[in-house]
Design a protein. Structure first.
Length: 254
């Protein structure tokens, strides 16, 4: 019996000038996480700029993580963001591209209507690599915040930031958190890397709802969260910022 393998676990992603669902043009990549990549895009009709996040994780059977489970988590994130109406939380909406793509299992590129990868000449359908078709691609379209994360701002400053700035930002973020808590939502990953500071008005925004959960008992798969996080992220949240019981995957019921 043949054993199939994927050489990659993520799509290679979009390049500048790529079009997404024929209405968004990719300008550049803004950032990348464990199972999603964020792009700066321009809407063709209006010319407005947005941040667009794709769930580009293909899954890894060796870790027991399926793409279907990732999509479920991604859509839940979009649903949570859509519920929140707050001036310091980006607005967001979920959409998908229903085209049928073939994925190169060697480099992760996606194609329409070809059988061999133009970049690495790898056959997309062979007896050695499982033919992999992607029935749709999943996205979250979000308000674009032109600025940088608080983490980046701290690193660049190399010294303590102005007290009045920090006080203002913390008021704005705690107000956003209060809006989440009013909806019985828990963010679970508050850290400087998940706070965006707008360049023009120096406003703070709470971002990345990927670990948010609806209530204390809605943690169906903590292993998924642990495996898909970046290198500093533990079972729930980020080491150094999460409470010890959360970091250990044993949150207290309060």
């Amino acid at each position: 019996m043949l054993e199939y393998h994927f050489a990659v676990t993520k799509l290679k992603g979009h390049q500048p000038d790529d079009q997404i669902v024929d209405r968004l043009t990719v300008i550049k990549r803004l950032g990348e996480g464990g199972f999603g990549t964020v792009y700066l895009v321009k809407e063709l009709n209006s010319g407005n700029l947005f941040a667009c996040k794709e769930m580009d994780y293909l899954g890894d059977n060796r870790l027991g993580i399926t793409r279907e489970k990732c999509i479920e988590t991604f859509r839940r994130e979009a649903s949570i963001m859509a519920q929140i109406r707050h001036s310091h939380v980006p607005r967001a909406s979920y959409f998908k591209d229903n085209k049928m793509y073939l994925v190169c299992t060697k480099c992760g590129l996606t194609f329409l209507g070809v059988r061999t990868c133009p970049e690495c000449q790898h056959p997309l359908d062979s007896i050695y690599y499982k033919p992999f078709s992607l029935r749709m691609r999943h996205y979250i379209l979000m308000t674009y915040i032109e600025g940088e994360t608080l983490e980046s701002k701290i690193e660049k400053a190399g010294k303590p930031l102005k007290t009045e700035w920090v006080v203002q930002w913390m008021k704005e973020i705690t107000s956003a958190l209060n809006a989440l808590h009013t909806l019985d939502l828990m963010h679970r990953d508050i850290k400087p890397g998940n706070i965006m500071i707008e360049e023009r008005k120096q406003k703070a925004f709470l971002i990345d709802m990927g670990l948010t959960r609806i209530d204390i008992t809605d943690d169906k798969d903590p292993n998924l969260t642990r495996q898909l996080s970046d290198r500093r992220t533990a079972t729930l949240g980020t080491e150094g910022y999460a409470a010890p019981e959360q970091h250990e995957g044993k949150p207290e019921k309060r």
